[in-house]
Design a protein around this ligand. Structure first.
Ligand code: JB8
Length: 276
């Protein structure tokens, strides 16, 4: 079976394009199964591609059609019970997932199935997934995948149906790329500066403060004076206030979930509320 060399970097468990010793034991292996393996090519770019090149991340993309044996490489059929659209057939999925299992360590991999019917993916789930050794993404198309192969997969994988939000995509590829990017950047050593991880939005449930760079005045707009003051404590308080203000304004749901706000935080929020 061909594994789409431009996209894959080889089989996840044993990257064939990287023969260095460190590549033999990537921190995490990711397999993706899709009828559009080219979709995943973007993952080779930037930090994720570099991690694959360095052997820190195993990434293999498998074409579901490689697991069909009829003349037309059929992966879909009409739904039992009627209704619009087509359903992905069970057998190609089972063969593809068995191929992935055969290339694994023998431990149960995590199987993520993008679906509008899944639990909603968030930063907490990304952190959980980042600690796992082997992730497999099953990208459905059409109306989805025959439920029996999903149920079967639950015996061989830790099964996680996942939605990336309350809107509808045409298939699981883009959702998988979103989750792979969110997870892989949390793996130690994949992003250069670990501090740039912890300061991000959602790490502590607040949105980010506004950021500025040179020039200090641009088209008549000035950088907030405090940022030029050199007073680090005052800058930290100002940034904290801007984060609280932004979060109260656009994501009150996030603010409501916070448990450890300081007196100063609560006072700042009171001020924003009264000013609005
Ligand atoms: C067919 O919107 B979604 C999504 C939609 C899909 C499939 C997977 C995910 C498969 N349509 O998250």
């Amino acid at each position: 079976m061909s594994e789409n060399p431009p996209v894959t970097g080889g089989d996840a468990a044993a990257p064939v394009t990287d023969t260095r010793a460190e590549a033999a034991d990537p921190r995490m292996s990711i397999d993706v199964v899709s009828i559009f393996p080219e979709y995943l090519a973007g993952l080779q770019l930037s930090l994720i591609g570099k991690a694959v090149d360095r052997g820190q991340l195993g990434l293999a993309v498998h074409d579901l059609r490689d697991f069909t044996f009829d003349r037309h490489n059929t992966v879909d059929d009409s739904p039992y019970g009627g209704g619009a659209g087509m359903v992905m057939k069970a057998e190609p999925w089972a063969l593809a997932l068995e191929h992935v299992l055969a290339g694994g360590s023998g431990e149960k991999p995590t199987l993520i199935v993008p679906s509008p019917a899944g639990a909603v993916f968030d930063q907490r789930i990304a952190e959980d997934l980042a600690s796992r050794k082997h992730l497999v993404f099953a990208c459905g198309r059409y109306e989805g995948i025959d439920q029996r192969v999903i149920d079967w997969a639950g015996e061989h994988f830790e099964l996680l149906p996942m939605s990336i939000g309350d809107y509808v995509l045409n298939g699981g590829e883009v959702a998988s790329m979103v989750m792979i990017e969110a997870v892989s950047r949390l793996i130690p050593g994949i992003i250069g500066n670990p501090e740039s991880l912890t300061e991000e939005s959602h790490e502590d449930g607040l949105l980010e403060y506004p950021i500025y760079t040179k020039p200090a005045e641009w088209r008549g707009r000035e950088v907030p004076e405090i940022l030029l003051s050199g007073n680090h404590a005052a800058i930290a308080r100002w940034r904290r206030d801007r984060r609280l203000e932004r979060t109260a304004e656009v994501r009150p749901d996030l603010l409501a979930r916070l448990t450890d706000l300081s007196k100063e935080d609560l006072a700042a929020i009171e001020r924003f509320e009264s000013e609005r």
